[in-house]
Design a binder for this molecule. Structure first.
Ligand code: GAL
Length: 669
């Protein structure tokens, strides 16, 4: 599958801002020379160019962009062309203040920065339509242009008059009547009942912030707003050439919008990955970013693009640390292993001013195009050329599915319960994922709407799935009944789709399937701990959350080690129909999850990228018959492989026992 039929290759390059250097044609020429030297074949341009493209209201200037595009094309460099809606010109903000966003305190933003537009403003919509149409008419058939980059990192929400009208319409459409809304939001709490739609202001620290059903719906509405804006942008660029595909760059752990839903508006998912390497725990970081890549692949169930990453450091973390030798190739290859069709950077050349002047770039202020970072980038460019045979190859088929659901995430983190404000949904799911990743198991992510057919999976994990949407329990029941293996945990199936507690016991609708009924949730102080004690005596630490439950026929595999609930079941398994359902009642440390999943994987014979046992932090990820062997452990490791392979990166033979250096990667064929 290729998204860029005009150039069906791994893309290597990144964000390029020639508009910051128009008075330096010598630099623009030099850029193309250096791109060749670095094996760069593609750049993203125009992302924040609106002030140059439309210097005055209705006065457009495309001459400079014509020049840049032709120059790149002559130089053999392909182009991802952006629509500039991520930041608007000063004249527009001054003349039409309605294009600016109204924040959660109901104050209108001033001009400046980026990502602060109102998605409903008729003026902004019209300006975007006019701009996108002109860009598309001029460039959508240019042979150098291979993809649309819509805006930049869509994010946030707006509380202006226009958006509030849309909010009311969205609510009317969802709930039909005010009575139904009042019931579904439990507004009898704290005198919250609405007697007219117009009273329903968006959530705000100055207004309603205690209705969690509303908080969840506001995020759903904001997702819809952004999706609608994307479709608006897309319609304008597609009018000139429906074949040219559109992407938008997504982000990690992104709270504002439901990405499963948002991705429906995109042709291609791309995202910006900025891991903080060489901090406390590189293995955890690698597992986190592996999960991010896997999620991006899962949103549309197709390959994705790594749209941004840093060639060295960023400028916006508390501590901006350089990538140590080897890490650039290793982390770039990680994205490929999980299905990326590109390694792209922010940014090609460092600008001279603004907050990003010290952000890592391929070309530094010295303009030399040499040195450690430049060489690292060149090495990745060469690697991508060597790996060309994998371009069309998909990620290994997953036999395991993890449920990740944005509505449930919003609901559990908004709920005042357990570890207040720190229920850690993302991190908890990531711990479960990490146990599978370490074993070289391929995983698909699905959200609750997307689970109509789970029958292709040997194992479905639904950790901390606080919300069970209507009908979801029935899907899981049918899955287990027909032979599937389910693993779920504490605080799952507690609320319904509008964040009202399910009545009749949790996990809602699955008590007989799991053979367990949850009764109470205990939260531990940071200095407290408990343990999961397995039947064979192994013991794994527990922190943060312990749920007490009542056994309804499940087999106890492990019990609590201490406190007044010592001896009560903590890990259980229940046979149901032709399948089995596991219930883990507490937040067990990584070592416990590793052990639990290792046993399930081997019992079910779930395919792994390599059959060999690898040291912790050395992982194997399979794509298209190749295996990306990666070392995140921070030290040299001894690896023993039963088979014989060739490393596609070096053409060397690999077999038997060898030392695998820290921060290194091989692509075994
Ligand atoms: C991204 C953004 C880029 C740049 C980069 C710096 O989030 O899309 O424009 O700011 O961060 O790391």
């Amino acid at each position: 599958m290729t998204f860029t039929p005009r150039f069906p290759r791994f893309l290597h390059g990144g964000d390029y801002n020639p508009d910051q250097w128009l008075d330096r044609p010598d630099i623009l020429d030099r850029d193309i020379e250096l791109m060749h030297k670095a094996h760069v074949n593609c750049v993203s341009i125009g992302i924040f160019s609106w002030a140059k493209l439309e210097p005055q209201d209705g006065v457009y200037d495309f001459d400079w962009l014509d020049g840049v595009i032709d120059r790149l094309w002559k130089g053999g460099i392909h182009i991802i062309l952006a629509t500039p809606s991520g930041a608007r010109p000063a004249w527009m903000a001054q003349k039409y203040p309605e294009v600016l966003r109204v924040d959660e305190h109901f104050n209108r933003n001033h001009f400046g920065n980026r990502h602060n537009h109102c998605p409903s403003s008729p003026v902004y919509r019209e300006k975007v339509r006019a701009m996108n149409t002109r860009l598309a008419e001029r460039y959508a058939h240019h042979p150098a242009v291979i993809l649309w980059h819509l805006s930049n990192e869509y994010s946030g929400d707006c509380r202006c008059e226009h958006c509030q009208k849309k909010w009311h319409a969205w609510l009317k459409n969802r709930y039909g009547t005010l009575d139904n809304l009042n019931r579904s939001w439990w507004t009898s709490f704290w005198a919250g009942t609405y007697s007219d739609w117009s009273q329903i202001e968006p959530p705000s620290p100055r207004g309603q912030s205690a209705n969690t059903s509303m908080l969840v719906d506001w995020r759903r509405f904001s997702t819809q707003q952004c999706k609608d804006f994307i479709l608006w942008e897309k319609a304008a660029v597609k009018a000139a050439n429906p074949e040219l595909l559109c992407t938008a760059n997504l982000m990690e752990r992104f709270w504002d919008y439901d990405y499963f839903s948002l991705s429906e508006a995109l042709d291609v998912v791309s995202w910006d990955a900025y891991p903080q390497w060489h901090g406390e725990d590189d293995i955890a970081r690698a597992a986190e970013f592996a999960m991010n890549h896997e999620m991006m692949r899962s949103f549309k169930d197709q390959p994705f693009l790594l749209m941004e990453s840093s060639p060295s450091l960023v400028n916006w973390k508390r501590v901006n640390k350089l990538k140590r030798p080897g890490m650039h190739l290793l982390s770039s290859m990680q994205s490929l292993a999980h299905g990326s069709q590109s390694v792209l950077y922010f940014q090609w050349r460092k600008g001279r001013g603004g907050v990003e002047m010290f952000h890592g770039a391929v070309v530094d202020h010295d303009g030399l195009g040499e040195g450690r970072v430049f060489e690292d980038v060149t090495q990745v460019g060469t690697a991508l050329e060597k790996l060309a045979p994998l371009y069309d190859a998909p990620r290994d088929k997953a036999k395991v599915c993890i449920i990740y659901d944005w509505s449930s995430w919003w609901a559990v983190e908004s709920s005042q319960s357990g570890q207040l404000g720190h229920m850690q949904y993302f991190d908890t799911v990531n711990m479960h994922y990490r146990a599978l990743w370490q074993q070289g198991v391929s995983v698909d992510f699905r959200d609750m709407r997307d689970c109509t057919d789970l029958s292709g999976y040997d194992l479905v994990a639904a950790p901390l799935l606080f919300m069970f949407r209507d009908g979801f329990a029935e899907k899981l029941r049918a899955y287990v009944e027909n032979g599937g293996r389910l693993l779920t945990t504490y605080f799952s199936g507690v609320v319904d789709d509008t964040d009202l507690a399910w009545l009749g016991g949790a996990p809602h609708g699955l008590i007989d399937v799991l053979g367990v009924r949850a009764t109470e949730l205990d939260a531990l102080h940071p200095q407290d701990s408990n343990a999961l004690v397995m039947q064979d005596g192994r013991s794994f630490p527990i922190h943060e959350l312990c749920e007490l439950n009542e056994n309804h026929g499940a087999q106890t595999l492990g019990t609590y080690g201490s406190d007044f609930y010592q001896g009560m079941p903590c890990l259980t398994r229940n046979a149901y129909g032709r399948g089995e359902a596991y219930y883990l009642a507490a937040k067990v440390d990584q070592s416990g999850l590793d052990a639990i999943y290792e046993e399930i994987i081997s019992a079910l014979n779930i395919p792994r990228a390599l059959p060999d046992k690898l040291p912790e932090g050395v992982v194997a990820t399979g794509r298209g018959g190749a295996v990306f062997l990666q070392n995140y452990s921070g030290r040299d490791q001894t690896v023993t492989l039963a088979g014989s392979y060739t490393d596609m990166l070096t053409d060397r033979e690999v077999s038997g026992t060898f030392t695998f250096p820290a921060c290194s990667v091989m692509v075994l064929k």
